[in-house]
Design a protein around this ligand. Sequence first.
Ligand code: HAM
Length: 412
Amino acid sequence: MERLPGFRDFFPEPLPKGEAWSADVREYIFDRWQTVARRYAFQAYDGPPLEPLDLYTAKSGEEIVGQLYNFTDKGERAVSMRPEMTPTVARMIAARERHYKKPIKWYSIPQLFRYERQQKGRLREHFQFNADIFGENDPAADAELIALLIDVLRSFELTADDFVIRLSSRNAWQDFFSAHCSDDSKAYDFYQAVDKIERTPPEESDKKFQALGFTLEQVRNFIDSGEPTEELQAVLDNLAARGLGDYVKIDYNVIRGLAYYTGVVYEAFDRHGKFRAIAGGGRYDQLVSLVSDGKNDLPAAGFAMGDVVLAELLKDRKLLPEFNQSIDAFVLIEDESLRAASLGLVQQIRDFGLNAEYSVVPQKPDKQFKRALEMGALYSARLTGPQEAVIKNLSTREESTWPLAKVAEQLV
Ligand code: HAM
């Protein structure tokens, strides 16, 4: 049986030939995401991987709705696998925000599903680090999120030469749109055309803009002006105060494809432009109200970073560490009459907080020893009687004998 296209198996290192996705790399990435989020005082949350279809159809915009993994369940409910986390967290916040002090700072690492055309950096399943702040409409909250985004990328040893945050504003685009067009129903199509501008041939973009009453040249001129609005200047100043000014630039090419954004928006890209967006996000002040039918209302902002582009980028820059399984002690069972006592030793070592391996079934002593070396064990330990063991440092080959109860503490 083959796996479905666009889905991944994650194997432990060293990877089998032909397999690209490493469970060790995934663990490494998740660990960094969590560590830096906690450093910024974000709290973990999670939600269901399956949601009512309605949660997405009205709120996320056509592009993502066209990519839904949706079906009717056995209870005749229209449901969808989650393609993104933002509607879920907005629903959770709308229901329970009173319980939490503001601003609410939450993070999550969901697995998401989008029926996309498979290509470099885009799969049908991916993991995302999501970080969001609720209950604060000052641009300082956007700056806090962007600082977190920068520090997450820096925690992988990426520098200002490797990536940049392209900062823009839906408000700025809204003002531009309103100055030239009074028909608000065209705004979504206009934003979509801007979102695709860098990936679309100019003649095609021009045609789309003409149909909406604009010209490509007009739009280009606005992008080239690159003047920060007041809110963007506040974000720039905030980041400069942290010494993070080199990681951001104003870039009105960015507008974000999702429908719910309302203010500051941004995307993180590698400096050489070789990869798809590493991360994207922005302010979405109306979504909490939208998912709660107006019962609740709270300003919101956040971003998400996918694991696919990030792993490709880290591989490209040779920034992934080597992953070797590390075993503290391999317990050799050379005399099967001592198996029960040896299991006691394995347990003692594990209870002490170290990791221990052994042969679960009888095996020739040389085979066991070979396995210990293959696994890179630091020590071997073998019982020489029911109450005594010899431990061996496998790099210096030094041996010493200890009472059984004292073995684990010798292994640190
Ligand atoms: P998004 O731009 O759709 O935003 O996705 C964020 C990141 O997830 C992208 O920059 C990319 O790295 C990754 N990503 C998206 N789709 C795929 C895919 N098919 N395969 C691999 N990676 C992918 C959102 O999802 C918003 N909900 C982010 C957000 C959070 N806004 C506010 N809070």
